[in-house]
Design a protein around this ligand. Structure first.
Ligand SMILES: [Zn+2]
Length: 77
């Protein structure tokens, strides 16, 4: 009954290194530089390090963008 819980999901989460802007960090510890776009935009469906289905960790982006938007709004005032 607990086969499909998130704790056992065989995926690899990739997140963008916001300091570099082009380097992605994989959940399994790999680093990959993409010149333009996201892993999925470049046709990457699986992590090239561990072979698990690649998922982009965009939760951090929305938080970052939100903070950036607030900062810009504050500067605009
Ligand atoms: Zn991986």
């Amino acid at each position: 009954m607990s086969e499909s819980t998130l704790t056992t999901s065989p995926t690899c989460s990739w997140g963008l290194d916001t300091e570099d802007g082009n380097t992605w960090t994989s959940q399994c510890g790999g680093y990959f530089t993409i010149n333009e776009g996201t892993p999925t935009e470049n046709g990457m469906k699986f992590c090239l390090y561990c072979g698990h289905p690649l998922v982009e960790d965009d939760e951090d982006f929305s938080i970052f963008d939100e903070a950036l938007a607030m900062t810009r709004a504050a500067v605009a005032d």
